[in-house]
Design a protein around this ligand. Structure first.
Ligand SMILES: Cc1cc2nc3c(=O)[nH]c(=O)nc-3n(C[C@H](O)[C@H](O)[C@H](O)COP(=O)(O)OP(=O)(O)OC[C@H]3O[C@@H](n4cnc5c(N)ncnc54)[C@H](O)[C@@H]3O)c2cc1C
Length: 491
């Protein structure tokens, strides 16, 4: 039976990127939307305690930008006006052990600090959305259920504006947890007597180290670049990213836990010089260090399967990093959050028209579909690093094959100088191209033909079933259909 939904008040736990996007969507459906944020609201674009990842570069993928622009028209222009680096017509280098390709960005994108991305959203929200209220220094400490039922009717909140903090209730027709990777939701649900389904965990043991440099006036033109790491030799990936008009972020990252990139200022240049290519080490000789290196460790990425919980409470949803975290090196987290916000919008429209059997469970199922591609891509890329393990019920069929196919595909694009093929690969990592458009028999034949050494043909022989139909079935088994078209439809 369709649940009668009320659209009076919604509460969003957490004022990060997901929280802001969720609140914006909710504001067209609910009379009042409260964002509960445990941190103080900054009065300028500053990093906050609640988002320790914000020091590290945050790149919004084109799809994420498109969705955020739809929710907050003019967002990119605003970021550019505040000093964001405009990637339009800029070239960037993608460097691998087999060579490199240069890309020219056709789109206007503002690369800026994460604090700025959040600040502009927050300003727009509080200035434009009468229905949205931002409650700073308010920490959600548990869910509130209607007695004897499985219905969430609000939250217990600690107001930290007063010392030592006052505890009170806040009623809501819908609560959405967007409190990030440290979300307490699993505990709250267990406290309510629910048994949680098994999570998928990608034990990635990821280490990040980022240092910012200032570009002096006399420095030569600086291009952004990626130097792809070598998992088998435990050589980190290096990223050199223009941020704002006069800064560069240099980021070293490695998975598997056997080596965490240094956070020692003296060692940082040496580790940069030990990447597989000297381009970043050379570029920083023209720059002035602006910060010391700072680290971030991600022991594991977690994907909750709340959609499998038979007795999921009504009046409750979860989005963003609280629902599923991805390996940050792939830069997909904010875009995933934007896709989830778009999904929320679609589901609320259907709920208003009473087209859903159960709004919460149906929405969680749709959110989970949003996460599938990102999870699959992260698992495939990260398990190339020794020491990374995947735990849980979701397995990746023919993992080794897919990993090697993609390595060979990138190598093929680089060696034969076909930037459009590499762009397709990046579009796949940006949720814009189905993996099946890249990983298929036709591409394989092209790769075999282009390889005079015969090595690709020899590699394929271990999988080849000498029958086109069987081979196609094998590819279909190895590469799921993520039904991106449906995911990307806006209505
Ligand atoms: C090192 C690193 C680099 C990254 N780089 C990129 C990148 O380049 N591109 C990209 O797209 N993504 C990147 N990400 C991922 C990205 O940061 C997140 O996926 C994205 O910001 C969405 O986060 P969120 O809003 O769900 O959670 P968060 O950003 O963690 O926000 C959660 C908010 O909830 C608040 N909160 C927590 N608990 C409570 C509570 N009980 N009550 C009230 N408030 C609470 C916190 O203070 C915080 O403000 C990176 C992540 C890391 C770790």
């Amino acid at each position: 039976m369709t649940q009668p939904m009320k659209f009076e008040r919604a509460i969003v736990i957490g004022g990060g990127i997901t929280g802001m996007l969720a609140a914006k969507v909710l504001s067209t459906f609910y009379h009042q939307v409260l964002i509960i944020e445990k941190d103080e609201r900054p009065d300028s674009p500053e990093n906050r305690l609640g988002t320790p990842q914000a020091f590290h570069p945050h790149r919004m993928l084109p799809l994420g930008k498109q969705i955020v622009e739809r929710l907050f028209p003019g967002y990119t222009k605003e970021l550019l006006a505040m000093g964001g680096f405009n990637t339009r017509h800029q070239t960037s280098r993608f460097i691998t052990k087999d060579g490199e390709l240069t890309f020219t960005d056709k789109e206007e994108t503002a690369v800026t600090r994460r604090a700025m991305l959040e600040w502009v959203l927050m300003q727009r929200m509080v200035n434009e959305e009468e229905r949205v209220q931002f409650l700073e220094k308010h920490e959600a400490i548990s869910l509130q259920f209607k007695e004897g039922t499985n219905q969430v009717i609000g939250l217990i909140v600690k107001n930290r504006q007063v010392k030592p903090g006052s505890i009170h209730e806040m009623k809501a027709d819908l609560v959405i947890d967007t409190s990030g990777r440290m979300s307490k939701l699993p505990k709250w649900l267990k406290d309510a007597g629910l048994t949680l389904p098994q999570t998928d965990e990608l034990n990635v043991f990821l280490g990040y180290s980022t240092r910012y440099y200032r570009i002096p006036k006399e420095a030569p033109h600086m291009q952004s670049m990626v130097i792809v790491g070598q998992p088998h030799q435990k050589i980190p990936t290096g990223l050199f990213e223009r941020v704002d008009h006069d800064l560069v972020a240099v980021l070293l990252s490695a998975a598997g836990g056997s080596h965490y990139p240094t956070t020692d200022a003296d060692q940082f240049d040496a580790e940069t010089a030990a990447l597989t290519h000297p381009a970043i080490a050379e570029a920083i000789t023209h720059l002035t260090p602006y910060t010391n290196p700072k680290g971030f460790r991600v022991p594991s990425c977690v994907r909750h399967h709340y959609e499998q919980l038979q007795d999921w409470p009504s009046g409750l949803l979860v989005m963003g990093d609280s629902l599923c975290t991805l390996d940050p090196i792939h830069g997909q987290g904010m875009t995933k959050a934007a896709l989830e916000a778009q999904t929320l919008d679609r589901m609320l429209k259907q709920a208003q028209k009473k087209e859903l059997l159960s709004f919460e469970k149906d929405t969680l199922q749709q959110m989970q579909r949003v996460n599938e591609l990102g999870w699959w891509l992260c698992a495939i890329a990260d398990m190339a690093w020794e020491g990374v393990e995947l735990k849980g019920d979701t397995t990746i069929p023919h993992l080794k094959f897919v990993q090697e196919f993609l390595n060979r595909y990138v190598q093929y694009a680089i060696v034969t100088k076909q930037p459009e093929r590499l762009e397709a690969y990046h579009r796949m990592h940006s949720f814009l191209t189905e993996p099946r458009e890249i990983i298929n028999l036709e591409q394989l034949h092209d790769m075999i033909q282009a390889d005079d050494s015969g090595e690709t043909a020899e590699w394929w022989s271990q999988w080849d079933q000498k029958n086109d139909e069987h081979n196609r079935a094998f590819f279909h088994e190895a590469v799921p259909d993520f039904r991106l078209q449906h995911l990307l439809s806006f209505d």
